[in-house]
Design a protein. Structure first.
Length: 229
């Protein structure tokens, strides 16, 4: 096997282990506040220590694990307050990004995302949930990539890495996905109509609704795996 293929395979393995690690954290299999048992996980999941450590590094970047010097990493306990603060910051950043990019959003960009939205309509295709997530990426990417501020882009991308983890869980609730689709469509139509005030207001409402969805995911995980007394 060539070095390029080995690197590609290692990257794919780390990505798979990352999602399995987050699944274990959100399900309570790895309790919050407890050290991550690297050796036993590597043996149980039949993966090497290198992809596992890379997965834990990604989990730490996403806010799910706390890395400690010369000590085992610990699963972070995320609270509803954490989510509220995160989404409060996300709201400020995204609204600013949309305002900065507003004058540069081209009609062709809007029409391209309209096509994505048409194919993502809930119930239209068997994979409509996946298509709704693709719409989410395309729409939020419109102002993230177009804001013209590299530091703002970096911060938003960091937030998205965290949020995409929760999307895998929220996507199991088709009603929530369908609601998010309608919110995205409303924002997109406001941008198409060049109604800046409405687009900003709808984006703010959408982010607030997204925060509630994530809080529900955390609440369900907490009920299934209560904190030890």
């Amino acid at each position: 096997m060539s070095n390029v293929k080995r690197l590609k395979r290692a990257g794919q393995t780390a990505e798979q282990v990352f999602h399995r690690l987050i699944e274990a954290i959100l399900s309570g299999e790895l309790p919050s506040g407890q050290p991550v048992p690297e050796v036993s996980l590597a043996q149980e999941w039949k993966v090497g220590r290198t992809p596992l450590r890379e997965a834990m590094r990604r989990a730490a970047e996403s806010g799910f694990i706390v890395l400690r010097s010369n000590r085992r990493p610990v699963v972070r306990r995320l609270t509803a307050e954490d989510i509220r603060e995160l989404y409060e910051l996300r709201r400020l950043l995204e609204l600013h990004a949309l305002e900065r990019s507003w004058g540069d959003i081209a009609p062709a960009q809007i029409q391209a995302i309209m096509k994505v939205a048409a194919h993502a309509r809930p119930g239209k295709a068997r994979d409509w949930v996946k298509r709704c997530l693709e719409l989410d990426l395309a729409l939020h990417g419109l102002w993230t990539e177009g804001c013209g501020n590299s530091w703002l882009i970096r911060d938003l991308e960091h937030h998205y890495r965290f949020l995409r983890v929760f999307q895998r869980w929220i996507a199991r609730d088709q009603e929530a996905v369908a609601m998010a689709y309608q919110e995205h469509l409303g924002i997109l139509k406001a941008i198409e109509a060049r109604d800046k005030a409405r687009a900003l207001a709808l984006l703010g409402d959408h982010i607030a609704a997204s925060a509630k969805s994530v809080e529900r995911v955390l609440a369900k995980a907490e009920l299934a795996n209560p904190r030890p007394a």
